[in-house]
Design a protein around this ligand. Structure first.
Ligand code: AMP
Length: 634
């Protein structure tokens, strides 16, 4: 079978190199641009998000077009940040590992210029550079660009945002007039258009996705809270997502530091990234994040530019960006390389207008989400714990010797009692912290005044909207459903249009979903024999009666689980009782609860990876401090 990259016109040496990197099929942007760029005869404008495989989209054609027998610079790639510069140079080195005599140099500020000059002197064909350092080297007359055939302007909008316009002009003026310019940008503001007009001749223009549209793999959500509850809301979102691996954006350096410091104090595995850090400190923070030794990276827009870390699950806009356009860059840190991601905005009710502006720019709608209750968090964490216990790898060789003693210790207890105790070990802490947790959701003043946004429906309707019926369904986030998944699941099985669906309230083992009244009967009929994971799916009217207070299905299931909505709603019988009786346990085991290895992530299981020193500091007694802080702040 012919390799799909070969089909696009890439030579064997390069195809073998990308195969080793695990690239089996070209990404859509590669499929579209490689054939065009391989012709080598056009200027090019690619409107593409970060994380879509852009580097290979221009890197692979470059490797085909360059004459590697010559040691003169033939391609110049300009990009906004040192991180991106290193990333691109590294990627191209990997793509060209089987290409004889291929030399790539990364030229960026904050590093030893002598070493870079030496590499240039030794002969390079591809120069990847940030504008400032490139100009410096040109000023020293240390590079000859007379043989440059291709200039790539990567993340052009970011370079202009960062004020590199003049530097770019100066650099380009040292390259031959007949070179081809390839420009990539996530957004197309007028300044980028101007560059395209000034430097390019009839460029081939490709739009990956819709113009100015955010990555399709990203869901956008916003939470409305009072300004004073922002931090508590952030923590609740994090606690509700035990596997979160996120970049949290703040407006100022001070804010990033403040938020990061509080999170660390509260037992979370976080750190800040901002412009006041030395390059070395920034590298260190980034390395920890990349290695997933840190769960929450708190960053400013500028510092986060060029962050290229895969598998970021969430981007959290702790404050909205001043420049609405920056939202695209922020959210583009998640949903990379075909993965899905969630971009969250924590806003107050006065900022809804800004959300609507962002919606217009990205061409996508936000979902108004409700902050989970303390109960929801407890439930979510409990099942994450159960999942973790279920999947833990047992080292029989090591543990077997202790089993007789352990069995002795538990001899008096039934299997169920032992399970309960293990689960409670972690769970009690949540119960304690969240037992009195307030509702953090602030009213959306606009919708209360009846001023709905254009699409107000899914977001801002209240439950009692008379056109909609609120339904209970016994699947939720523990089944790995996102709101989008649930929408698809209900529409596909219920054979109703997505337009008929209103607010979706994703819980742990169950969810609520609003649908237009006149679709309810059809939905029920079509949902008769639907199963999920061999479990019968029940969907029924939530109506006025709380789920838990009705006999049968929804409430029944939850009561069986012991933490049922019914019990919670009916005054916290089992839930409260459990909490009270276990409070003492928690306190007495608070310190030892962290013995599981300085998991600075506090409540979160973070796949048991080893922690660095910071994580360790927040272990042990750090948990107790954390708990205190949490109580004060929520
Ligand atoms: P980029 O947009 O170039 O930063 O790429 C984003 C991520 O996707 C990087 O980690 C690449 O290694 C990865 N990637 C790029 N192209 C492919 C491909 N064809 N198949 C699999 N992964 C890819």
């Amino acid at each position: 079978m012919i390799n799909p990259f070969s089909k696009l016109g890439i030579s064997d040496d390069v195809v073998n190199a990308v195969k080793e990197l695990g690239f089996e099929n070209p990404t859509p942007i590669q499929e579209q641009s490689i054939p065009v760029l391989l012709e080598g005869s056009n200027d090019f404008v690619g409107l593409a998000q970060t994380g879509t495989g852009k580097t290979a989209a221009f890197g692979l054609p470059l490797l085909e077009l360059i004459d590697f027998k010559s040691n003169k610079p033939q391609a110049l790639i300009l990009c906004p940040t040192r991180e991106l510069c290193l990333q691109i140079a590294n990627d191209i080195k990997n793509f060209s590992k089987n290409t004889p005599n291929a030399h790539v140099v990364a030229v960026y500020g904050g590093a030893n210029i002598m070493q870079q000059l030496r590499e240039i002197r030794n002969g390079v064909q591809i120069v990847v550079a940030t504008p400032g350092r490139m100009l410096d080297i040109i000023g020293r007359k240390a590079i000859d660009f007379s043989s440059v055939k291709y200039v790539v302007l990567d993340e052009a909008d970011e370079m202009l945002n960062m004020g590199f316009q003049e530097d770019i002009n100066d650099i380009l003026s040292t390259t031959p007039d007949d070179k081809k310019t390839w420009l990539f940008s996530a957004t197309m503001p007028p300044e980028v258009r101007r560059i395209a007009r000034n430097y390019m001749e009839n460029p081939v223009e490709l739009t990956m996705g819709t113009k100015n549209t955010g990555n399709v793999n990203i869901e956008h959500e916003y939470y409305i809270v009072r300004a004073r509850d922002k931090y508590a809301a952030l923590k609740r979102i994090v606690d509700f997502n035990p596997e979160i691996f996120a970049v949290v954006f703040c407006k100022t350096k001070l804010d990033t530091q403040d938020v990061a410091e509080h999170l660390i104090k509260d037992g979370y595995n976080a750190d800040s990234l901002h412009g006041d850090l030395s390059q070395q400190q920034r590298d260190k923070v980034m390395q920890r994040f990349r290695d997933r030794n840190m769960q929450l990276l708190i960053a400013t827009d500028v510092a986060a530019r060029g962050i290229d870390v895969n598998n970021v699950t969430h981007v959290i806009n702790y404050s909205l960006p001043d420049e609405i356009e920056s939202y695209t860059h922020r959210s583009g840190r998640t949903g990379r390389a075909g993965k899905t991601g969630i971009s969250i905005c924590i806003v107050n009710s006065k900022e809804i207008g800004k959300i609507r502006q962002i919606e217009r720019i990205i061409g996508k709608q936000f979902t108004k989400a409700e902050l989970p209750t303390g109960f929801d968090v407890c439930e979510k964490q409990l099942f994450a714990l159960v999942h973790k216990v279920h999947n833990v790898e047992v080292n029989n060789e090591q543990i077997d010797q202790y089993i007789p003693r352990i069995m002795d210790e538990f001899a008096e207890l039934s299997k169920e009692e032992v399970i309960k105790k293990f689960a409670s070990l972690e769970f009690n802490r949540f119960l304690d912290y969240y037992s009195k947790a307030p509702d953090l959701n602030a009213p959306d003043e606009r919708s209360e005044r009846g001023e709905r946004g254009e699409r107000g429906e899914r977001g801002s309707r209240n439950f009692d909207n008379s056109n909609y019926t609120r339904l209970f369904i016994n699947v939720g986030s523990v089944d790995d459903f996102t709101r989008g998944d649930l929408l698809g699941f209900v529409c596909n099985n219920g054979k109703i249009s997505g337009k008929a669906v209103g607010k979706i309230d994703l819980k742990g083992v169950y969810s609520f979903i609003e649908v237009e009244n006149d679709t309810v009967d059809a939905l029920f009929t079509n949902f008769k024999d639907v199963k999920f994971n061999n479990r019968e799916v029940r969907i029924e009217k939530s109506g006025d009666a709380p789920v838990g207070s009705r006999g049968g299905e929804g409430g029944g299931e939850r009561r069986r689980g012991g933490y049922g909505g019914g019990e919670r709603r009916s005054g916290g019988g089992g839930f409260g009782g459990e909490r009270r009786s276990s409070g003492g346990d928690r306190r007495s085991s608070g310190g030892s609860g962290r013995r599981d290895g300085g998991n600075g992530g506090g409540f979160r299981d973070f796949s048991g990876r080893s922690r660095d020193d910071k994580g360790g500091n927040t272990g042990g007694s750090g948990r107790r401090e954390g708990g205190g802080e949490r109580r004060r702040r929520s």
